[in-house]
Design a protein around this ligand. Structure first.
Ligand code: PMP
Length: 771
């Protein structure tokens, strides 16, 4: 029953309807987000009066009117509301509220039929009919053009990730996990493809209140107030999120809708690929907007009508592989799918055991079969995306189109070797040298970091005439025989000799968190630097060179303390040795402040070694040194690497440099790296398992310990965390002598949203590990 003041206001509106439209009747307010009234005339005819105002702008109301009047009713077999014009022929009337404010209003006919959601569980034929009608609707809409529809709003399915920040409003951890995953799936598997899909005007809110049915058929569609210019497939994705509600077999129900739609408006394979991730995006939008609204008015009569049913559907869908969902949704379509699914996991493992060496390891308890990469994401054979936090090789993003195109084009034109002249080689060498400080100016091109380090050792030997090398504890520099002997990570690790070769001298790892100088007042960097002098003196080494990474990767993502390299280099220089810096992991702007990590450390080496990111995954590497050292190496013996510096590699290397520059990735690495550090430090305040957080740009380490005083490594916990993160769509890995340091060195195109997801997942899982 309306209150007295309500009925007085209803009468006030009714009186104005009479004078504006010549319609006399009683007025009631309709439930729903927008301000709509029902007018029932004395003859029993029903109308809807829609008012503009806070919940719906006049522009939206006008857009709806133009669409309703612009659509050709012969193109679909159901009805839309008709606009009732005023007695003077206008589509809009001026309605004065009792308080005085005047708003614009539009009168529409009321449609026959029962709302989809109130008509009982839809049988297959009704679902298919819904698809057909929606297809007809979209075909008709595709010939309309409305500038005002180029807009966005909170239900815009192209912008569903705007709701990610509301995830913290969900209290139930399992539900939060589902929404987190579905949003991640939407971001990784739908968003990157949307721009290329056909766009059109769409209704944008085909929900179970707006669709009207009668006798098992869709007879009407209401409410164009969410209409948008969007990828056309968003329409079907939104409709599916409602059509599958309450259905015992949601995917068979969805398949009927898809088949109906396709029979009228054929869907393309790229559209079908994004359909399920988009549907997930819509379900998450529903859930997260409801969570936000619960804080405003938990008792609201209409806001939460879909929420519980959406949860139920999401819980049904979550355990099913996305590829399976896609295939089931498309099961009634006759599509030419020429995809070869390849071996299943067991067959693949079996064949791998048969044809490959058992010394190759496989990441994760449950191995991953990866079939695709794009940007910061990898995708497995089940259609699940993973945020890649460990791949510092695909530096500017997996399969970056500019890099792929550069390689493709050059491969189609010419590939040869450095015994011929071609511009690509010199152009690339010149561009690479321009990134380096003087006097680093002569390039050698090879195919891998190992080869580059091997060559660096030879350069040092030929320049100094000596054979001894200094290396940092825990370091890894490559897989050739000589580099295994030089890498403590290997010779001291499993299957290693357990001691250095006579020409190898190991200096302590400059670890400010653990180790000898931890907590001491004296400058730790200089103290560790002096350790290099101590080793030289105590061993009597005839030092050809000291080799080190600028930041230590395999050693446990360690940032050497300030002053370390300066002091260490002084000792090496005094002993007549060269300084080789291995930038295989950390180079090419990763550390944010500088293009090369050694610059951040305040030193200039004699030889720089580059690898991994240089070709974004294409096998190439380089050594750059001084003119003097290069000349000393030119003793008559030719240096030749068959593939090193070939035209294709040079074109790819050039394209990588283009992308770093054009996408401003160095600055991005700095900002995102700092954001990472801040967030992890915040988590450290909440989780005792985090003992240390360190990093420079997008090269970070999070060290897990069981006891912050004793620094007992939390190796098992780190392993569990890595496997749990993988299950939730994040690829992490551990490193360091105790395998208790989470290493983070992602493709540089990672975003802030991605980092927020990482924080939420790590926060959840650490909480779980500690409880
Ligand atoms: N140096 C460092 C610091 C490395 O991390 C690696 C590889 N992990 C190498 C050299 C060897 O590079 P590649 O595997 O390309 O031979």
């Amino acid at each position: 029953m309306p209150s007295d003041s309500q009925s007085s206001s209803f009468k006030h509106i009714a009186a104005q309807c009479q004078s504006a439209y010549g319609l006399f009747g009683s007025i009631t307010r309709l439930p729903g987000e927008n301000e709509n009234y029902q007018l029932v005339t004395e003859e029993g005819q029903h109308y809807i009066l829609k008012l503009s105002g806070a919940s719906r702008s006049i522009e939206t109301l006008k857009l709806e009117q133009r669409i309703l009047e612009g659509l050709d009713p012969d193109r679909f077999e159901f009805v839309l509301p008709k606009i009732i014009h005023t007695v003077s022929g206008d589509a809009f009337s001026q309605i004065q509220r009792e308080g005085g404010a005047s708003v614009q209003a539009c009168m529409q006919t009321c449609l026959e039929g029962t709302a989809w959601g109130e008509a009982g569980l839809a049988p297959p034929a009704q679902l298919r009919d819904m698809g057909v009608k929606l297809g007809q609707m979209d075909l008709a809409l595709s010939s309309l053009h409305e500038d005002a529809a180029h807009r966005t709003h909170q239900w815009d399915l192209c912008a569903a990730s705007q709701h990610r920040e509301k995830l913290g409003l969900l209290d139930n951890p399992f539900k939060r996990e589902i929404v987190e995953w579905m949003l991640h799936f939407y971001v990784a598997s739908a968003l990157p493809h949307l721009a290329k899909l056909p766009h059109s005007l769409i209704h944008g809110d085909v929900n179970d209140e707006n669709l009207l049915v009668k006798g098992g058929k869709v007879v009407g569609l209401l409410d164009f107030s969410d209409t948008l210019f969007n990828p056309a497939i968003c329409e079907l994705a939104i409709a599916l999120a409602y059509a599958m509600l309450d259905q015992p077999e949601p995917l068979s129900a969805g398949a009927e809708v898809v088949a109906g739609y396709h029979s009228v408006k054929p869907l393309t394979p790229p559209e079908l690929e994004v359909l399920y991730p988009l549907t997930c995006g819509r379900l998450c939008t529903t859930i997260l907007i409801a969570a936000e609204r619960r804080r405003i008015d938990p008792e609201h009569p209409t806001w939460f009508s879909t929420e519980e049913r959406a949860w139920f559907l999401m819980e049904q869908l979550y355990p099913i592989d996305p590829i399976e969902v896609r295939d089931q949704l498309c099961s009634a379509l006759a599509l030419d799918v020429d995809e070869d699914p390849g071996d299943n996991m067991e067959e693949l493992l079996q064949r791998r055991r048969q044809f490959l060496s058992p010394s190759l390891s496989i990441a994760y308890e449950e191995p991953l079969k990866i079939v695709r990469g794009s940007g910061q994401f990898l995708y497995d054979d089940r259609g699940k995306p993973y945020l890649d936090l460990v791949n510092n090789v695909c530096h500017v993003g997996h399969c970056h189109p500019h890099v792929v195109e550069a390689g493709r084009r050059q491969m189609a034109q010419l590939n040869t070797n450095t015994r011929y002249l071609y511009d690509g080689l010199t152009d690339y060498a010149e561009r690479l040298v321009a990134t380096l400080p003087d006097p680093l100016e002569v390039c050698f091109f090879v195919n891998s970091g190992s080869e580059a380090n091997e060559l660096a050792l030879r350069l040092a030997e030929s320049y100094t005439g000596r054979r001894d090398f200094l290396v940092i504890e825990g370091a890894y520099h490559g897989h050739t025989g000589r580099l295994i002997d030089l890498s403590p990570y290997k010779f001291m690790g499993k299957g290693g000799k357990g001691e250095p070769a006579p020409w190898v001298h190991v200096v302590p790892i400059p670890d400010g968190y653990r180790g000898k100088y931890q907590g001491q007042e004296r400058n730790t960097g200089e103290a560790y630097g002096d350790e290099v002098g101590v080793v030289i003196e105590s061993t009597g080494a005839e030092v050809a060179a000291f080799i080190a990474e600028s930041l230590l990767g395999c050693g446990g993502q360690i940032i050497p303390p300030e002053g370390y390299f300066e002091r260490a280099f002084e000792h090496v220089r005094a002993a007549g040795g060269l300084r080789i810096i291995d930038e295989v992991q950390v180079g090419f702007a990763r550390t944010g402040t500088h293009f090369w990590a050694f610059e951040q450390q305040g030193v200039i080496p004699d030889i720089v070694v580059m690898g991994k990111p240089i070709g974004n995954g294409h096998p190439m590497a380089a050594v750059v040194t001084t003119r003097q050292i290069a000349d000393s190496f030119a003793n008559g013996m030719e240096f030749f690497s068959t593939f090193g510096g070939n035209p294709v590699s040079c074109a790819i290397g050039m394209a990588v440099l283009d992308v770093i520059e054009q996408e401003n990735l160095q600055q991005h690495a700095l900002e995102l790296g700092n954001y990472f550090l801040e967030g992890f430090r915040r988590l450290m305040g909440q989780h005792k398992l985090i003992g240390d957080v360190r990093g420079a740009g997008l090269f970070l380490g999070v060290e897990l310990v069981q006891d912050r005083n004793k620094l007992t490594p939390a190796t098992d916990e780190a392993d569990i965390l890595v496997n749990r993160a993988r299950a939730r769509g994040i690829l992490l890995s551990t490193d360091g002598p105790y395998q208790n340091v989470l290493k983070i060195k992602p493709p540089m195109v990672l975003t802030r949203d991605d980092v927020d997801m990482v924080f939420r997942v790590i926060d959840d899982e650490l909480g779980d590990l500690q409880s």
